[in-house]
Write a protein that binds this ligand. Sequence first.
Ligand code: ADP
Ligand code: MG
Length: 234
Amino acid sequence: MNKYFGSLHVLKDIDLHVDPGEVVVVIGPSGSGKSTLLRCMNRLETVSGGELTVLDMALGGRKADVNRLRRDIGMVFQHFNLYPHRTVLDNITLAPVQVLGQTKSEAEAHARHLLAKVGIPEKADVFPSQLSGGQQQRVAIARGLAMKPKIMLFDEPTSALDPEMIGEVLGVMKQLAMEGMTMVVVTHEMGFAREVADRVIFMDEGRIVEEGAPAAFFGQPKAERAKLFLSRVL
Ligand code: ADP
Ligand code: MG
């Protein structure tokens, strides 16, 4: 799979398959194409050629059902992108009502369940500005889960958070992983990668330079570029 922005070749010969229940952590320097890869996975960007399959969904071809893909793929961003003028409950229930056709009461019951799951059951009726960054990100995760996705994509979900809030968000993600959610996570949190990933992918300049189980990757990275990166971040 390749991705160009005009003449800029951003993703180069990427072959990626994500299996059910797998947790893939993507790491690499800034500008290496990690966000673009995630955006291609839920078709926020088009791709040219090649193999990109997530579960049973081929994401490359023109025939891909983009609406279905987006419904089945939840995405959580660095900046939480909550609707500021809507309550937490509204933020979580809007899409299930509008896109999935759930009734309001059905969607609200599910939303309250999800808020309990991410540890903030008491925040249903407040506005995003009344929440800490970590709480806002947990609402964003609950909002993603409300669509009952088959896979969740996370793009540096803790990079905009104060250090003391990072753990609470990673904790929710770890819990999701343990429950069997299929996940692709771009992060600089190497502890999370080591502990939770089934597979670590290291990207540099638009290529997958190295991939493997976390023990092998962190223990004996083979690529020079990966060694250098790890020496800087660990
Ligand atoms: P990362 O997430 O690893 O930091 P990105 O996927 O954001 O990397 O970016 C990869 C490359 O693609 C960078 O050179 C970036 O400038 C470029 N790029 C990203 N989005 C666009 C866009 N919409 N138009 C043009 N170039 C882009
Ligand atoms: Mg990025």
